[in-house]
Design a protein around this ligand. Structure first.
Ligand SMILES: Cc1ncc(COP(=O)(O)O)c(C=O)c1O
Length: 363
């Protein structure tokens, strides 16, 4: 859709990236790090100071003590952390439970490791997990359950009930958990982020993946981290050592300082919620109908009252004829589906959102 948006000069509310500036103090810190000569390979596991500061942040936010030496590895983005975790544990034939719609890298990452995705649809239209169905899908081959909260593409978030159900299901099994929490701070309406890091009994079998790109409005920097217990992290690092080996040094130095500014991430949810609300208010002038979004960069909108077209056909027509790019939610499913919903990214300047909605009002 981004290529089509560029070709047709459309406003791109498809791909998830902010079109506003990241904190200038952070780019300044990267400049300084480069000028101070921090331009050579960083420690394989990530700059020790950055890992220490991440551990401090986690202790404050989630009341969990994480050993920065043995449990944290800095990675080139969240996607790489997810891929590496899957590669660490999967053997050919292993089953991995994935909830659909699912972030696009999950399935290829499982399949390239010889794993078999076991696909469970989230309920519609609230995109919740049907835990009864999960229980029925567990087999002796189930190696891992993949979670994503806040969720891309739907904006749904897990609650404490979900955590309790998960606990019951994995108790006394060898099932691993991969928890994709790249939107940990992009959570709205006073909801609490149910990080796996809060639950020591779940954390002991988990890889928890994060992205600095989402938290600091710099998706192009591709830096993130993974947290896992020592015995799992030891294996994760064996894969990491001969793949990426070491991440961008100056950005790690800069983040080690900037991460101490708690205000930035503590206020993020409120700031970005204002964008969601502004977009929703503007969209009220169109025939699109909002589905709830409690987190992430995204909100789904139903176009059922506009047309019967498939999500794919409508998204292409919207881009070519109306000049607005959005993502058909069906692309996040393996089998063809059509719920007549499109994903819109609202982390944009007000002018961008206004210009897009002016075009959507004509439908
Ligand atoms: C759910 C989810 N996981 C992981 C990622 C990837 O994060 P990164 O850009 O740090 O690789 C994204 C980015 O869009 C995402 O939406």
């Amino acid at each position: 859709m981004s290529a089509l948006a560029a070709e047709y000069n459309a406003i791109n509310l498809g791909q998830g990236f902010p079109d506003f500036m990241m904190p200038p103090a952070l780019t300044q810190l990267v400049n300084e790090a480069m000028q101070q000569g921090h331009n050579q390979y960083a420690h394989m596991n990530g700059l020790p100071l950055l890992r220490e500061r991440i551990a401090e942040k986690i202790a404050t936010l989630y009341s969990t003590n994480i050993n920065p030496d043995t449990c944290i590895t800095i990675t080139p983005g969240g996607t790489y952390a997810i891929y590496t975790a899957l590669t660490t544990v999967l053997q050919p034939g292993d089953e991995v439970i994935v909830f659909e719609p699912a972030f696009d890298s999950y399935l290829p990452n499982i399949e390239i490791n010889g794993g078999k995705p076991v696909l469970i649809p989230l309920t519609f239209p609230d995109y919740a997990i049907d835990w009864q169905l999960v229980k029925q899908c567990i087999t002796p081959k189930t190696k891992m359950i993949m979670l994503n909260t806040p969720h891309n593409p739907t904006g749904s978030v897990l609650g404490s009930d979900d955590i309790e159900q998960l606990r019951q299901i994995v108790k006394d099994t060898g099932i691993f958990i991969l928890s994709d929490e790249v939107y940990e701070h992009l959570i709205y309406d006073g909801k609490k982020h149910e990080s796996i890091l809060r639950y020591p009994d779940l954390l002991e079998r988990s890889f928890v993946c994060f992205s600095f790109g989402k938290t600091y409005h710099c998706t192009g920097w591709k830096l993130g981290y993974c947290i896992a217990p020592p015995q799992l992290m030891k294996e994760f690092r064996k894969v990491h050592q001969f793949n990426c080996f070491s991440c961008n040094s100056p950005v790690q130095y800069a983040l080690a300082t900037f991460i101490q500014q708690q205000d930035h991430y503590l206020k993020l949810g409120t700031e970005v919620q204002q964008k969601r609300d502004y977009f929703q208010q503007l969209m009220g002038q169109t025939r699109f109908k909002a589905l709830p979004s409690y987190g992430s960069y995204f909100q789904l909108y139903s176009y059922a009252s506009i047309t019967d077209e498939s999500e794919n056909d409508f998204a292409i027509r919207l881009c070519k004829q109306n000049g607005v790019a959005a993502i058909p939610v069906s692309v996040f499913y393996k089998q063809e589906t059509n719920k007549q919903v499109l994903r819109f990214c609202f982390v944009k300047n007000e002018q961008t959102l206004e210009a897009a909605v002016n075009r959507l009002m004509k439908l």
